[in-house]
Design a protein around this ligand. Structure first.
Ligand code: BES
Ligand code: MN
Ligand code: ZN
Length: 500
């Protein structure tokens, strides 16, 4: 997908431009009142007015209508996309939904060239530059294919060329499109890693991908394995890994965009490349989806890629703890007590609550060695967050209110939303053990909250956020696959941090 700017002058000129497809948006209320809609209606001899009379115009976000060979205008096809109502609270996200529907319809139309005028129809749901950013993300997303492991559905598709209308394009629009493209590339990398089958995407593979990313984008990458990893004393991480023949890897990736003395923002990713549950084995139905249990790690790599592409003037370090969680003769047992990196002991009552074990060690390692300004961990941590929030919002847990505000804002702005969940001390008694400092599970009530509270025991006086992405990192069903979330949220947060 090649996305460019094109300056066409005014609406009258735009209507006459030759292209395979002209894409435009229609407001739900008064769809024909925008200058572009008026220009098209006039040039086509009242095409849009007739469609309005027959109530065929798409108006809701997500609705589209493709018209072939429209009379009087330069384009071979006219793609109309509804932009939705104007007083909804989820304005930004419905605009992203409108852009996604338009992008999917454009790609289904088989047009090779397109003029993208979706942001030329003003709405009060989002700004023009935000609509352009959503458009760029939606176009990349709709164009995404994962076909390394089968015969492609279509042989040799020509590269699509989409021109964004540049008339009145301000520097703000160009900036947000640049950010959106970098986020989209990060999303694609994150989706690729998530979709890669678990016999290929092992901890070693993730480390190789991180090293390759480092070579391509001049990021410093360190990989710890074997005796080197053992020497770090991440015993809780190793306890999870020991049930598998695949050796674990701890991966550290650095984007040095700020001055060396600036404390880094550290992103920590759960990289369980397959979660069978260990001895507390999972039921077999749908277990294949546990290849996605490394989506937090994948999002760390995707976000670091975006930081590098944008040359963000801020220091960001990605830390990934990668291993498998398998049953086996060497696997940890329910009842085992392990001494974590922090020194706190943990009774492993359920080996399937493994994410918190590797994360607690990664968190304490990060605080001991990296002097972080802020830590954000990303993890497909609990089935319980899917019960609480479904597949719409990622679960956000924080130990500092201002950090929550910044991340929630970034989620709104990027259309990659998070929902603020509680982290009260009152939940801590659920994690009491009869033999160790902590138990690794707190029972069914508030399962995603007790998981976050478990992690909070390993975070000192540093601003910390935990994003539980178990409901948002991938989709199930016919379109099963990684989503790339929460890369857009994180890129937005880091862009906001960088311009302070
Ligand atoms: N990776 C899973 C979480 C998960 C489960 C994500 C289902 C998406 C769908 C995690 O390691 C896990 O198994 N969590 C357990 C914790 C429980 C044993 C306390 C869960 O959520 O069931
Ligand atoms: Mn598990
Ligand atoms: Zn897991």
């Amino acid at each position: 997908m090649d996305i460019q700017w094109q300056d066409v002058g005014d609406d009258a000129a735009l209507v006459q431009c030759e292209t395979d497809c002209l894409v435009m948006g229609l407001c739900e209320k008064n769809p024909l009142e925008s200058p572009l809609a008026e220009a098209i209606d006039q040039a086509s001899g009242g095409l849009l007015s007739r469609l309005q009379q027959t109530r065929e115009l798409p108006r809701k976000a997500g609705d589209t209508l493709l018209l072939h060979a429209p009379a009087g205008i330069g384009a071979k096809r006219l793609l109309l996309a509804g932009l939705g109502a104007s007083e909804k609270a989820d304005g930004a996200r419905s605009s992203l939904a409108a852009a996604r529907a338009a992008a999917a319809a454009l790609i289904a139309s088989r047009a090779v060239t397109a003029l993208w005028a979706l942001a030329e129809t003003p709405t009060n749901l989002c700004s023009r530059s935000q609509m352009l950013a959503f458009s760029v993300r939606a176009l990349h997303e709709a164009d995404y294919r994962f076909e390394q492991y089968r015969k492609p559905a279509e042989e040799s598709v020509p590269e699509r060329r989409v021109s964004l209308i540049a008339a009145a394009a301000d520097t703000q629009a160009r900036r947000s499109v640049r950010v959106a493209a970098a986020a989209a590339h990060g999303v694609a990398l994150t989706r690729d890693l998530g979709n890669t089958p678990p016999n290929v995407c092992t901890p070693r593979y993730l480390a190789e991908q991180a090293l390759a990313l480092g070579r391509d984008w001049e990021l410093a990458v360190e990989v710890f394995g074997g005796t080197e990893l053992e020497a770090l004393g991440l015993h809780a991480f190793q306890a999870v890994a020991q049930g598998s023949v695949e050796p674990p890897r701890l991966i550290v990736i650095r984007h040095q965009g700020g001055p060396p003395e600036q404390a880094p923002i550290v992103l920590v990713g759960k990289g369980v490349t397959f979660d069978a549950g260990g001895i507390s084995i999972k039921p077999s139905a749908g277990m294949d989806e546990m290849k996605f249990d490394m989506c937090g790690a994948a999002a760390v790599l995707g976000t670091l890629r975006a930081c590098a592409e944008l040359a963000l003037p801020v220091n960001v370090i990605g830390v990934v703890a990668a291993c498998e969680n398998m049953p086996g003769g060497r696997a940890q047992r329910p009842g085992d007590v392990i001494r974590s990196h922090s020194g706190k002991t943990i009774e492993v009552l359920d080996t399937d609550a493994e994410g918190r074990l590797l994360l607690c060690d990664a968190l304490s390692y990060v605080q001991q060695t990296l002097a972080p300004d802020t830590i954000i961990d990303l993890a497909t941590l609990t089935g319980s967050i899917v019960i609480a929030l479904g597949h719409v919002h990622s679960g956000l847990f924080v130990n500092r209110d201002p950090l929550a505000a910044a991340l929630l804002r970034a989620g709104e702005q990027s259309g990659d939303s998070a929902w603020w969940m509680p982290l009260d001390e009152d939940y801590q008694p659920q994690l009491k053990s009869t033999v160790a400092d902590l138990a690794n599970v707190g029972g069914r009530p508030g399962g995603s909250i007790t998981a976050a509270c478990f992690l909070a025991n390993f975070v000192g006086d540093v601003p910390w956020a935990h994003l539980d992405i178990a409901g948002t990192a991938w989709t199930s069903g016919a379109n099963k696959g990684g989503t790339g979330r929460p890369v857009p949220l994180l890129v937005q947060y880091l862009v906001d941090r960088a311009s302070l």
